[in-house]
Write a protein that binds this ligand. Structure first.
Ligand code: HPA
Length: 246
């Protein structure tokens, strides 16, 4: 497999078996990416880590420079992206600490720079986004999780919301009626930008809370952080197995 990037939290760069070679600050015509790129390798496989929310974690979802992030990875030879996203669970199977490889997205975000195709165009470009995630990478992740005995839910619809606030319970009911299973704030326009630059892109979502109104419990940062910390071990294990098998 050609060069892989993992977009996610800072903690992911400490994947067992990955040796870090260099950390490099890069610039792009769209501005600076969220963080320096961390170059490493897993055996022969080259891998780049990018902390979507910055390092330290200070950039809220609606302020992330998604174009700079994707452009920087493309410029550094990345052909495959595994995007790790924390999400809320909407439908009954999407309980906290569940890992999900969604199949579809509905985009509810607004006012984000969502395309590379807007200035100095020779022609108007409309990318095909029927299947927003790479079928090849989804299949590989699915097979890896099955072989490794990891309990991963394959399928479902990711609702990308604007944030940074969490949703109201009425909004979650509406998303559920729309057919959404999980909800997060960072899935778009990241996936579309990757498609525009011809990068295979897959989402590996970790459910860190029940979405608004799905329990009586208030959604606190403490709950989110606990499930994130507890669930990240399985995510890392899956990434490691994926890297060994691809
Ligand atoms: N809603 C939106 N984004 C999220 C959530 C949520 O409940 N949990 C983690 N990211």
């Amino acid at each position: 497999m050609n060069k892989i990037a993992i977009i996610g939290g800072t903690g992911l760069a400490s994947l067992e078996g990955v040796e870090i070679d260099e950390t490099k600050k890069v610039d792009t015509p769209y501005g600076s990416p969220s963080s320096a790129l961390v170059f490493g390798h897993f055996g022969e496989k080259k891998i780049i880590f990018l902390s979507r929310h910055g390092n330290p974690h200070t950039i809220p979802p609606h302020k992330i420079n998604y174009r700079a992030n994707i452009h920087a990875l493309k410029e550094n030879g990345v052909e495959n992206i595994i995007a790790v996203n924390a999400v809320g669970g909407i439908t009954p199977e999407m309980h906290p600490e569940r890992i999900v490889v969604p199949e579809q997205i509905i985009d509810y975000t607004h006012d984000r720079n969502q395309t590379f195709y807007e200035d100095n165009l020779n022609e108007v470009t409309h990318i095909d986004f029927t299947n927003p995630y790479s079928t090849v990478l989804r299949k590989q992740l699915t097979e890896t999780s099955a072989i490794s005995g990891l309990n991963v839910f394959v399928g479902g619809v990711y609702a990308a919301t604007q944030g940074p606030r969490l949703e109201t319970s009425a909004e979650i009911q509406k998303l559920e009626k729309d057919g959404c299973d999980i909800v997060g704030m960072t899935g778009m326009p990241e996936a579309a930008l990757a498609r525009e630059l011809d990068i295979h892109y897959v989402c590996l979502a970790l459910v860190v809370n029940w979405a608004a109104g799905k329990t009586d419990e208030e959604i606190t940062m403490a709950i989110i952080e606990k499930h994130l910390e507890d669930g990240l071990g399985q995510v890392k294990l899956l990434l490691k197995k994926f890297m060994s098998s691809c």
